[in-house]
Every structure is written in structure tokens, then in C-alpha cells.
Design a binder for this molecule. Sequence first.
Ligand code: NAD
Length: 493
Amino acid sequence: MPTFEYAPAPESRAVVTIEKSYGLFIDGTFTRPKALFDTINPADESVLAQVTQAGPRDVDKAVAAARRAFDGEWGALSGAERGKYLFRIARILQERAREFAVLETLDNGKPIKETRDVDVPVAAAHFFYHAGWADKLEHAGLTPSGGPLPRPHGVVAQVIPWNFPLLMLAWKIAPALATGNTVVLKPAETTPLSALLFAQVCQQAGLPAGVVNILTGDGRTGQALVEHPDVDKIAFTGSTEVGKAIARSIAGTTKKATLELGGKAANVVFDDAPIDQAIEGIVNGIFFNQGQVCCAGSRLLVQENVHDQVVAKLKRRLETLRVGDPLDKNSDLGAINSRAQLERITRLVDIGVAQGAQRWSPECSLPATGFWFPPTVLTGVAQTHRVATEEIFGPVLSVLTFRTPAEAVAKANNTPYGLSAGVWTEKGSRILWMADQLKAGVVWANTFNRFDPTSPFGGYKESGYGREGGRQGLAAYVTTSPRTPSSTTGDTR
Ligand code: NAD
């Protein structure tokens, strides 16, 4: 297979080998590439590679391979043996961290300092964390003492988005394998490369064939996968619109599902907050990964008497951000992942201005090619504005004000979503009260966008259901119903 070598900027010493074209990873081997489509570097629109659009027959083959592995070698393994594979995968991710970081930055457009310091190490941490659970599931509190042992569902279909391709893969595959399931995973169509590199890691780790299968393709592949009759459980992360379609499609079946969907988080700053610290939290909350984060602090709710001070300091801080080459370790913001996403951001910001918001961005020169959007602050936003209600999924902060804590809670909860929220105040009692009042799956206090495999993550309302991470995340991958005569494999001990 012809390959080309991408020599990254000198500061990232890894050399990533990208194939010209990729097949699918089914039953432990790569198929011949066919029905190809391009995956591009959003920072300069160059073609990185071509990948296969998996069709319904490929989905059949991948699900059949996962079923064979579940009914065979993998299902017969003890938890301790499964754990060894997860530890091995975690260590290989660490050893190949630079390769993954550069590849992810190329395919996604996010800055190398984020893939290097967050995406890859946290992905490895998820495998380490879940490796530790593999032989301790009966002690995870998933069943009452003396009750049936937790058992895996079987074949799990996993569909993930483009904003954290490797990290979302780790959030999905690590708990599924730790609990004894087998997996067919579909990465997003614009960011398939890290999942294909992960397939090589599975080979390197000696993972039995069929335990992990990777199918590239667009929404049609995802739909065929989640609707496949031999899939036992679905784990989906993506838009609320597609999540609802999946929920409809499995109604009346025995399939289990967890849905991690969109968000419109409030980041609430009280007048007693440590303002300089809060400014850092606001910046991290909305400009991390160019704001293409489901839990991004996209609505800043600031107490009216400190509004002008906070906005002035925020603007000064934004003038120091560097937007540019994602492979440059000094870049704070990289490229937007796709032309379609850039168009969506642009359209919503224009609507915000037309509805009365004031738009501000620091002076920055954006590259001539690729998909770029400057860090943007919209002030004077009203709750009825679309930029206050819809997920923009870009580097755009909508600023609203409040006078009292009760008003802050009412405005923060005035959204169909309920994924995350932030609170900035020096009063511990207020933090606890706010955490109790806010309808959000995650509430950060005097910090934002902290991720840890031991912490459950997930939403309320239109942000979906089910949790990932922590003991709660394990629960989604096991059944605690009594064993039936046909379910003789997959004991999680
Ligand atoms: P998307 O829903 O368009 O696509 C997500 C994945 O679903 C992709 O792999 C896509 O190919 C696939 N897909 C599309 N149509 C499908 C169908 N009918 N059946 C099955 N699969 C289908 O979302 P996106 O644009 O890739 O990602 C952005 C969205 O993801 C945002 O709304 C964001 O908030 C959300 N997200 C949520 C979380 C979370 O944990 N809650 C994390 C990251 C992203």
C-alpha cells in the first residue's frame, strides 16, 4: 500500500505514517480499501488519506465478527485476563502518544498542545482506569450483595463524533471491553484516522480477533450499525437530532442505549468570584477545542454589577490568544473541523447580530486556506436570541447578565439541554446551593472542563441519558438480570 510520511513541525518529533487509503478493521485484519472518500486536514484543506465508506454488508461482517468473539475466546476470558489487554492498550497509547497527537491534530484541526496534554493522555487514562475494574466488577456496587453477577450485554455498536475522536473512542471502548462486551465502532466521517491507528494498536496488543472492529463511513453506516438486529447495546455520542432518531429506531426492541448529546452550558460568575481566575475559566470553557465541545461554557452569565469589569478583562485576555497552525505548540486555537461546521458558526453569529447582539473579536490574522473562525464575544444577548438557546459549537461566547442567585439559576436552567455548568464564587455554601439547583449532569465550581475517568459524565433532558466514566459508566455496559440457559458465556469475573 503506498504511504507518505508527514514530517511535523520540529517541536513535535514524532513522524506519522499515513496510508494513502484505508480499508475497514474487521475480525482483526484490515479489508481492502473500496468506495473511498477523502479525509482532509481542516487547517489547509489538503487531503490526508482516503477511507472506506462501509456499507450494510460490511456492517453485517463486523457485527458477525464481534458476535463470534463474544461467544468464543473473549467471552471465555476471566476479568483479570481482559484487564491485561486493557493495560497493554493503555501502555501502547502512552508509547505512541506523539504519533496519536500529531495525527489527531492533522485530522481534526485542534492545537497540538491539546492533543498532547489532554486528548491522548486522558484516553490512555481511561484504559488504565477500566483495566483496573475488569476483575473487580462484582465489587462495583452494580448489583445488591448476593445478587446476580453483572454480565456483559454482548455486541455493542458505538458511534462517535469528530470533536474528540480518540478520547470519545476511549470513553466507549475501554468500559465495553472491561465489562466483557465486544465492539463495532464507527468514528465520524471527518476524523477517522485516529480510530484506524487505534485498530493497529489492537493488533499490536494481541487483542483477539473480532473484539474491536472499526467501520469508517458517514451517517448511513452509523444508521445501519445501530439498526443491525444482532446488536445488543448502542453507545452514541453526537447531536441531539441524531440521538433522537436513534431512540426512535430502537423503540420496541430489546436494545439498550446510552446517548451523550448536545449542550448549552451556563458558566455563572458571581460578583464575589476571584475574577482573574474566572477569566481563565471562561476562556478555557469556551475556547478549548475552538468551542467544539458538548459541555463548553457557551453562555456566560455574569452578575450585573461586575459585567463591565469581567468583559473588559476578558477582551484583554483574548487579545493574547494565538490562532493559527495547529501543529505549532504555541497555538491556542486551531482550525474549525469542517467547512459545514464553519458555515454553521458563521450563520448563527450573523443571526445573533441581526437579533441585536454586539459582536467583538480580537485582531488576529487568519490563514488564507482552511476553516478558521476568530475567538468571538457576543454581548447584549437576550435569552430569546438564538445564540443563547442553540448550540453553536464554535469559539463564540454569548454574554448575559443576572442580578440575584435565583435569577442566575432560572436563566442557567432555561435551556432544553442539561449537560454541564460552571459556578464562580468564593462562597462554599453558594456553590453547594447552585449545584443542587442547576439541572446539569456536571457542575464545575471555580474551574471548568476538567475530565477524569473516575467521574461520571452525562446529561439531563435533551443532552441525553446514561453516564460515561466512574462506576456509573460501567453500569451501562452490564446486565444484572438473572442468567438464562442460553447465556452461558461472558462471566465478568
Ligand atoms: P452528529 O450527530 O452529526 O454525528 C455523530 C456521529 O453520528 C457521526 O459518527 C455520524 O456519522 C453519525 N451519524 C449521523 N447520522 C446518523 C444516524 N442516522 N444514525 C447513526 N449514526 C449517525 O454529530 P457531530 O456533528 O459529529 O458532533 C457534534 C455533536 O456531538 C454536538 O451536538 C455535540 O454537542 C455532541 N457531542 C456530545 C458529547 C457528549 O458527551 N454529550 C460529546 C461530544 C460531542
